[in-house]
Design a protein around this ligand. Structure first.
Ligand code: FAS
Ligand code: PHB
Length: 389
C-alpha cells in the first residue's frame, strides 16, 4: 500500500491530522495499535481552547461540540478555602469549551469514516523504516499478516509510549523531564456538577478539581500519593475526601453517586526535541507531556497537528518545504509556554510531600498576587484559554 502521509496512532492527534490532511487533498493512512472501542474507553481531557475549537471546525468535526459543548467564561481557584474567580471574558474577551476528549475522538472518528479515510485498528508491531533515507515506509502486522505502507512522510501521533519517538536516534533526541511525587485519581459520575464552572482547589490534604462533561455528568479529581491504587479508593472514600477538600458551601451541595470510571494518572512534564527527524514528524503526547493541571495536553496536541497540516499543505500545494523545515521550532515556542503554565499551576495548587513552610508561604503569596493584581489574573487567563499556535 502507498500513501503520502503515514499516521501512527488514532488518538486525537492522529485523527485530527488525518481530517486536516483530507481537507487539503493529502492522502493519508492511520495505523492504530488498539481497537476503536478501546481508544474511546479512555477518559481523559475535558477543556478545549479556542484554537482546538478552530481545528475541529477546519476538520469538519465541530457540529456536535458546538451543540453539546459548554461555554465556560471563567474558572474558580480555591486556596485553603479562599476564592478567586478568573474571568476570561473580562480579562481577555475569550472563553473555553468544556467537551470531553472521548466525544472529540468520537466526532473525529465519525468524520473520518464519512470521508472513507483508511484507519487500520489493531495494527501490531508497527515499525518505521528508512526515515532518514529517500524511501520511508512502515511495516505492521494485522490479523496475522505482515503489511508494508510506503509513504513520503510519517506523522508520529502515537503518544508517550509509542514507537515513533523511540525511532529517533538517541544522539539526536534531547529530552527534558520532571516527574511529580503524586498522581490524580479521577472519577466520572452521572451526577450534576457541583458548580457551573470548574473549581481548582488547594487544601492541606491535597489538590482537588471539580470538572464536568455535561449538566448531568461530572468529572472529579483528587491528588493522591503515587503508592495509591484505585482499589484503595471506594466511591464513599472518594466523595468524603472530595468534601474535605472543598469549601463547606460546595461540600454541602455536592451530589454524589456511583462511579462510572475511576483511574489514577501519574503527572509528569516531558519534552523531546526536535519534533522532526528527516521524514518523521512527532505531534501531541509523542513529543511532550504536561501535568493536566493547566488543561493543556489535548490542546497542545491540537496545536501541533494544525501546524503540521499547514506545513504539509504548503509542501504539497506550493512545493515549499519552509513549513516542514520550520515545524519543530514553531511548535517548541508554544510547547514550552504550555509546559511552563502547567508546571506553574501544578506548583501552585498541589501539596508537595517534601514541601516545607517556606513553600506554603510562596504558594500563598502567589495566590495573593492573583487575587490582588489585575495583570496576574490576566496572564493566567491568557495561558489557560490558550496561546496562539
Ligand atoms: P494519545 O496517547 O491520546 O493517542 C496515541 C494513540 O497512539 C493511542 O490510541 C495509542 O493506542 C496509539 N499507539 C501507541 N503506540 C502505538 C504503536 N506502536 N502503533 C500504533 N498505535 C500506537 N489532557 C488534558 O488536557 N486534561 C486531562 O485531564 C488529561 N488527562 C489525562 C489522563 C491520562 C491517563 C493520560 C494518559 C493523559 C491525559 N491527558 C489530559 C493528556 C491527553 O489528553 C493527551 O494530551 C491526549 O490524549 C494527546 O493525544 P495524542 O497525542 O493523540 O496521544
Ligand atoms: C477534565 O475535565 O478532565 C479536566 C479539566 C481541566 C483540567 C484537567 C482535566 O485541568
Amino acid at each position: 500500500m502507498k500513501t503520502q502521509v503515514a499516521i501512527i496512532g488514532a488518538g486525537p492527534s492522529g485523527l485530527l491530522l488525518g481530517q486536516l490532511l483530507y481537507q487539503n487533498g493529502i492522502d493519508n493512512v492511520i495505523l492504530e495499535r488498539k481497537s476503536g472501542e478501546y481508544v474511546l474507553s479512555r477518559i481523559r481531557a475535558g477543556v478545549l481552547e479556542h484554537t482546538t475549537v478552530q481545528g475541529l471546525e477546519k476538520a469538519g468535526a465541530a457540529e456536535r461540540m458546538h451543540r453539546e459543548g459548554l461555554v465556560h467564561e471563567g474558572v474558580e481557584l480555591v486556596f485553603n478555602h479562599q476564592h478567586i474567580r478568573v474571568d476570561f471574558e473580562k480579562e481577555i474577551g475569550k472563553h473555553v469549551v468544556v467537551y470531553g476528549q472521548t466525544e472529540v475522538t468520537r466526532d473525529l472518528m465519525d468524520a473520518r469514516a464519512a470521508t472513507g479515510g483508511i484507519t487500520v485498528y489493531e495494527a501490531q508491531d508497527v515499525a518505521l523504516h528508512d526515515i532518514d533515507g529517500n524511501q520511508p515506509y512502515v511495516t505492521y502486522t494485522h490479523n496475522g499478516e505482515t503489511h508494508r505502507l510506503d509513504c513520503d512522510f510519517i506523522a508520529g501521533c502515537d503518544g508517550f509510549h509509542g514507537v515513533s519517538r523511540q525511532s529517533i536516534p538517541a544522539d539526536v533526541l534531547k529530552t527534558y523531564e520532571r516527574v511529580y511525587p503524586f498522581g490524580w485519581l479521577g472519577l466520572l459520575s452521572d451526577t450534576p456538577p457541583v458548580s457551573e464552572e470548574l473549581i481548582y482547589a488547594k487544601h492541606p490534604n491535597g489538590f482537588a478539581l471539580c470538572s464536568q462533561r455535561s449538566t448531568t455528568r461530572s468529572r472529579y479529581y483528587l491528588q493522591v500519593p503515587l503508592s495509591d491504587t484505585v482499589e484503595d479508593w471506594s466511591d464513599e472514600r472518594f466523595w468524603a475526601e472530595l468534601k474535605n477538600r472543598l469549601p463547606p458551601a460546595y461540600a454541602a451541595r455536592l451530589i454524589t453517586g456511583p462511579s462510572l470510571e475511576k483511574s489514577i494518572a501519574p503527572l509528569r512534564s516531558f519534552v523531546s526535541e526536535p519534533m522532526r527527524y528527516h521524514a518523521l514528524f512527532l505531534a501531541g503526547d509523542a513529543a511532550h507531556i504536561v501535568p493536566p493541571t493547566g488543561a493543556k495536553g489535548l490542546n497542545l496536541a491540537a496545536g501541533d497537528v494544525q501546524c503540521l497540516a499547514d506545513a504539509f499543505a504548503d509542501y504539497y500545494g506550493n512545493g515549499s518545504s519552509a513549513g516542514i523545515d520550520g515545524y519543530s521550532e514553531r511548535c517548541m515556542k508554544r510547547v514550552w509556554a504550555a509546559e511552563r503554565f502547567s508546571w506553574y499551576m501544578t506548583k501552585l495548587l498541589h501539596t508537595f510531600p517534601d514541601g516545607d513552610e517556606f513553600e506554603e508561604k510562596m504558594q500563598q503569596a502567589e495566590f495573593n498576587q492573583l487575587k490582588l493584581t489585575e495583570h496576574a489574573a490576566k496572564l493566567l487567563a491568557e495561558n489557560y484559554v490558550g496561546l496562539p499556535y
